[in-house]
Design a protein around this ligand. Structure first.
Ligand SMILES: [Fe+2]
Length: 346
């Protein structure tokens, strides 16, 4: 039973400029002007993450740790380590580069950005919650991903799209090795500031499900489709092995979905899935986060799924521009994935 009909349901959602739901799922930190300016001054000399990656990471880590007060370090520490921490950490007032070139229109890195303040801030903070890594097949194997609308791919249901809603998904759901956290660093908002990063914490969905629904969602009855880029490389449509949607203890479950591209193999599991998607699309459980320049959002990719509402690009060099980083608690389980480069996996 292939379920594709639920896509774009959150198009009906009218985002509001606030956290729309249970704010216990979001931890917020706002940096003072002074800390932000100090960070910008110290990170303006950061080495390039693209040509001197490890030097960049060490520089960023040491300067970010030095610049942040103990209480903020403590909040990052809690977010990383506590099993019942919020699934989102929203850090505001971070610095961006004093000279910002035009937003790329091809989804790739611009060569015109010659300082690396945002990259260093992202990678410094990311190293406080885990180990940054990437995939050779994702954004040319770079550690810092450019997320901007791509001209000609406006309707793509991916990070390259803009005019269509990007449905809820676990990052890299098809693969066994996935980021523990995703970091999204905003350099520019969309013109109308309507692009919401939509996030749902699994713990807010559970109260809407019956115990029978939960039972079926814990069984290996579901399959997710591989990313298009991966299918293109293999020349075929690829589906994962049958897996559960909810795994682990139910008071602290891990969630794994990729809407709309999922298959279900039995009617009872299908019914539970329909209830689950209905609960997921409810206004009550969706957090709409409108990222502004200098915002960094970390999302726990085990506990929460994310998507994006639609927005309208203008192709004037000032469109929405995020930088993304994948972070894993550690890379042990990926050993052997790429003998040449321990951080960029194949
Ligand atoms: Fe994503």
């Amino acid at each position: 039973l292939e379920l594709r009909s639920k896509k774009n349901r959150i198009n009906r959602c009218t985002p509001v400029r606030q956290y729309s739901t249970d704010t216990n799922n979001i931890q917020e930190i706002a940096l003072s002007k002074q800390i932000s300016e100090n960070l910008q001054r110290s990170l303006i000399s950061a080495p390039s993450p693209y040509t001197e990656r490890e030097a960049h990471l060490l520089y960023a880590f040491s300067h970010v740790v030095s610049a942040l007060p103990m209480d903020i370090l403590g909040q990052l520490h809690n977010f990383r380590n506590h099993l019942h921490a919020p699934s989102m950490l929203h850090i505001r007032n971070l610095p961006i580069d004093p000279i910002l070139p035009e937003t790329p229109i091809d989804g790739g890195r611009t060569k015109n950005k010659t300082t690396f303040v945002s990259e260093a801030c992202l990678s410094g903070l990311a190293q406080l919650v885990g180990v940054p890594f990437g995939f050779t097949g994702e954004k040319q194997g770079e550690l810092i991903h450019t997320i901007s609308p791509v001209k000609g791919k406006e309707k793509a249901i991916s990070n390259e799209g803009s005019l269509t809603t990007f449905s809820f998904h676990t990052e890299n759901a098809y693969f066994n090795f996935r980021p523990t956290f995703i970091g999204l660093y905003c350099l520019r908002s969309d013109h109308e500031q309507r692009a919401a990063t939509t996030v749902v914490d699994v713990r807010s969905v559970l109260p809407y499900l019956s115990s029978e629904n939960i039972h079926w969602l814990q069984l290996p009855e579901y399959s997710v489709r591989a990313p298009l880029s991966f299918e293109r490389a293999h020349g075929d449509v690829l589906w994962s092995a049958w897996r559960p949607i909810l795994s682990g203890p139910i008071h602290c479950p891990e969630l794994l979905i990729r809407l709309p591209d999922m298959k279900v193999r039995s009617p009872k599991a299908n019914k539970a899935f329909a209830h689950f998607v209905e609960a997921l699309d409810s206004h009550k459980v969706i957090s709409n986060i409108f990222l502004e320049p200098g915002d960094l959002l970390f999302i726990n990719n085990r506990m929460a799924v994310h998507g994006r509402s639609f927005f309208v690009p203008r192709w004037d060099g000032q469109d929405r521009w995020l930088q993304r980083m994948y972070v894993r608690a550690d890379l042990w389980e990926a050993r052997g994935a790429n003998q040449q480069d321990f951080r960029i996996l194949e």
